[in-house]
Design a protein around this ligand. Sequence first.
Ligand code: ZN
Length: 93
Amino acid sequence: MSEPGVVPRHLDGNAAAGALAELFGTDITGAMGTCTACGNRAAMAETHAYVDGPGVVLRCHACDSVLMRWATSRRTTWLEMSGLRSIEITVAP
Ligand SMILES: [Zn+2]
């Protein structure tokens, strides 16, 4: 959530498209995610993406709860997705 006069430092979920594709093996910006905290259902492209830290954080655009976060080193990826009740990934036939 943004406060008046405060410039948000997040981008939309499309900014994390490449990093998400590395995790899931396909573009999931169109996948529908459901927030555990508020139940909002929206495309991953609509999340608020914070990509300026050592990892990536995606927050719900409705309630600002963390949906998922991950960080990757040369050999390991740490992934936490407890803020997503579900994610619906449609694969093209
Ligand atoms: Zn939410």
